[in-house]
Design a protein around this ligand. Sequence first.
Ligand code: PMV
Length: 329
Amino acid sequence: TASEEGSATALANPNIALVKYWGKRDEALILPWTGSLSLTLDAAPTTTTVRLTDTPDDVVLLGGRPLEGTARSRVTRFIDLVRALADRDERVSVDSHNEIPTGAGLASSASGFAALALAASTAFGLDLDRRALSRLARRGSGSASRSIFDGIAVWHAGHDDESSFAEAVPAPGLELGMVLTVLDARAKSVSSRDGMRRTVDTSPYYPAWVERTPVELEEMLAAITRADFTAVGTIAERNAMRMHATMLGAEPPVRYWGPASVELLDLVANLRGDGLECYATMDAGPNVKILCRADAVDELAARILEAQPHIGVIPARAGRGARLITSEP
Ligand code: PMV
């Protein structure tokens, strides 16, 4: 089974932020400058098995291949946190599979560290509640704190390790869908960690982001409570553009999007003009994600492919948070 003594398998889905996290005020603890809010998807999961072993070192496989260098140490340092929490010192094997390209701004680090947090804590015999799990996942990748939860989640910025966690936001009557476009599946050249640091350290627009984002988060929560899709989409699109604006103000500028992204932004505006209500968002990569009502996902995906037959699309709706799975039927 998945969680026999010393072994656990967890599945987690990516989440896409509607109010973005961009910038840490504490790099070691991964405490953000501002709160953020996201939609956990029902597509493109990461599945991760963690097993306690008696090997001299941790073994980390991603997609069946051993990770090396910083990618590996990011995982082993995270496992060190779990060992410390559990007060144990066994080495582990980590076997992780992503359904989507890794490191291309398609939220693989969110699903990855959410699945790893659940699988590793369970393998070491910890039974963390959702809040503790969210705090742990945050230490791997900030956005992973939100993939613990079903559907919409808000990550409270907090002021220390205990107070910086995500939680679910009930959204009765608001059925969201999203189409992820895959314009370029290559890993980004500037990591989100470096892009954030450069923005925080050098962009004169960053203070405006820190001042403004809490207001937008409150507006977003109010729009969700009213189940006001138009407001949710409008705030999300605006917030994404503002995040990228802060990066463009960095020295040197951080720009994740390219010509194909801009074409998609135009397409979204045109579709909206035609009465298919949808809104664009972008993260640390060129791939545009398009928010719509859940019942419009298939039509939206078809319209995107009609206009851009050569790109990849991943249709998605609100999905479940991280969970343990068993290999038994
Ligand atoms: O969790 P990280 O370090 O990969 O940062 C994610 C940052 C964005 O995806 C750009 C925004 C967000 O809130 O997910």
